[in-house]
Design a protein around this ligand. Sequence first.
Ligand SMILES: NC(=O)c1ccc[n+]([C@@H]2O[C@H](COP(=O)([O-])OP(=O)(O)OC[C@H]3O[C@@H](n4cnc5c(N)ncnc54)[C@H](O)[C@@H]3O)[C@@H](O)[C@H]2O)c1
Length: 263
Amino acid sequence: MGNRLDGRVAIVTGGSGGIGAASARLFWEEGASVMLVDLKSAALDETANQISPIGERIAVFAADLVDESLAAEAVGETVDRFGKLDVLANVAAVRVYGPVTEATGESWDRIVGVNLRAVANCCKYAIPLMAAGGGGTIVNVSSSNANVGRAGMAQYDATKSALLALTRSMACDHAGERIRVNTVSPGPTLTPFHVRNRAAKTGESLAEAEAAMRAAGAPNTLLGRQAEPIEIAYAILFLAGPESSYVTGANFSIDGGLSGLRS
Ligand SMILES: NC(=O)c1ccc[n+]([C@@H]2O[C@H](COP(=O)([O-])OP(=O)(O)OC[C@H]3O[C@@H](n4cnc5c(N)ncnc54)[C@H](O)[C@@H]3O)[C@@H](O)[C@H]2O)c1
């Protein structure tokens, strides 16, 4: 437990599992009051309860953030509950698999909706409140594949690349309001999403799927393994907190060397 976010108020989207839940826990341990926002209501309650069984400095809001009015409500509810807003971590995202020849209008709407518009929706309502409070920090979660090509995830990778541009431009627009905006780009990370995905495909139990994924590692990285969610959360904390006070418009790759050192 530290005090990097003592007295701060943070929203973490996608807060019901994986990197979002790990970030929310870390923010909370560092002294923040945390609003967890996600589509999944039951999982939100479970995560909040794991972080603070007595409900201290934690709240949840279930919403589809593609809906601008719900994103506005999530931000408003945070300020009603905790009095202000200092940090927004946009972690929520969806994945669509397959090449662009298989894309549909619906798949594009969904992935652009969640991975870009929902981020912009949250920022739209968070920024004026942060500005009114003297500033704040926004951390958007992109992907190492925003910069490195691969087969089978063209739509997802395109949205994550666009998120880097959105972040840089928001950093330009809002630096004068003392709002810093940065991205974290994780490499392969062993989150419940991937474990569930593998188990559904192979018929393995969740424990078996996780063990198999650990054994397989991540040969496309220099470190040869997937990240743990907490390893990504530490980078999000750094960009959300005071130690990154001279960082804005930047992208922090946390990818075991995947994007920078190997082709
Ligand atoms: N896990 C990885 O290997 C990896 C690698 C690179 C980047 N990322 C990024 O990290 C982030 C977290 O990924 P993860 O694997 O921890 O978990 P995840 O993909 O399961 O988490 C995403 C969360 O977003 C929520 N969500 C989806 N649509 C939403 C909507 N419309 N409104 C509100 N919430 C919504 C989901 O319910 C889910 O809890 C994502 O942005 C992902 O793209 C993950």
